[in-house]
Design a protein. Structure first.
Length: 265
């Protein structure tokens, strides 16, 4: 299951050295992007790097699927059972702690293109994350009243800005899910004294700890907001893919000026 992946490595805070699928997924994403950039300038190594990147992606995908096959299925809140995607090679079932299962969970495999956005695996991962991880003990704190808290507390995890949830939902054509994750993240970090996206876990809405003003967290939120208005999705440029429906009422205007895109200004 680990043959062809990167050597065992480190995953930020967790001390263990393993073949983490998220680490491999972002390495693969970087290789694919490098190959694409080199092709645009007709670099002689572009073809070789592209072939190696695709071979690595296929190997990683097969390893993820093998890990999913070996893991017990998980139960959703509607009584259905779906396959579970572990966070690393040679692991069957859940990992230990919210950092591994929630913050660096299998949703990164979708964002990095290891699983296609509309694949069955992507659907299973998202349903499990929404029902069992974002709203369960794996998020760092379980809900005390599910019926009243599921909407306003769900769709995100602690350190919410490090997850690509809104982007994945936008590309899947699920604007309401994207908006829920976007605005719940914003609400989580609405402090009375500052406007910032901090890193440290929050105990409840509006209370957090540093480090504050983290560049990746701040940048992610801006990238999400931009993608709600204009988003590249493969060969397509989607305009207003996930704006609140109230913005589309008669007489209202949405204006985007000077936006840079992959295709042109």
């Amino acid at each position: 299951m680990g043959i062809g992946l990167l050597p065992p490595g480190h995953l930020e805070d967790p001390p263990e050295w393993h073949r983490w699928f998220a680490v491999n997924a972002y390495a693969c994403r970087g290789m694919m992007a490098t190959a694409e950039s080199l092709k645009e300038i007709n670099h002689p190594e572009a073809g070789r790097i592209e072939r190696e990147a695709k071979a690595f992606r296929d190997t990683l995908r097969e390893s993820c699927r093998e890990s999913m096959l070996r893991a017990p299925v998980v139960r959703l809140r509607d009584g259905a059972w779906v396959p579970h995607q572990p966070t690393r090679s040679r692991l069957r079932g859940r990992d230990v702690g919210w950092v591994r299962d929630a913050l660096y969970g299998p949703i990164h495999l979708i964002d990095c293109g290891i699983y296609e956005d509309d694949s069955p695996e992507a659907g299973w991962i998202l349903r499990d994350m929404e029902d069992n991880v974002f709203l369960g003990a794996a998020r760092g704190r379980a809900l005390t009243d599910f019926d009243s808290q599921w909407f306003g507390w769900g769709g995100i995890t602690i350190q919410a800005n490090l997850l690509p949830n809104p982007l994945v939902y936008i590309r899947r054509g699920q604007p309401k899910m994207a908006l829920r994750a976007f605005y719940n993240t914003l609400a989580t970090f609405c402090y009375d004294d500052v406007r910032t996206f901090c890193e440290h876990p929050v105990d409840f809405l509006g209370l957090g700890e540093g480090p504050f003003y983290k560049t990746p967290d701040e940048s992610a939120f801006i990238a999400w907001f931009r993608s709600l208005l204009i988003c590249e999705n493969g060969p397509d440029l989607e305009v207003l893919p996930a704006v609140p429906i109230e913005w589309l009422q008669d007489g209202k205007q949405i204006r985007v000026c000077g936006a840079a895109t992959w295709f042109a200004p």
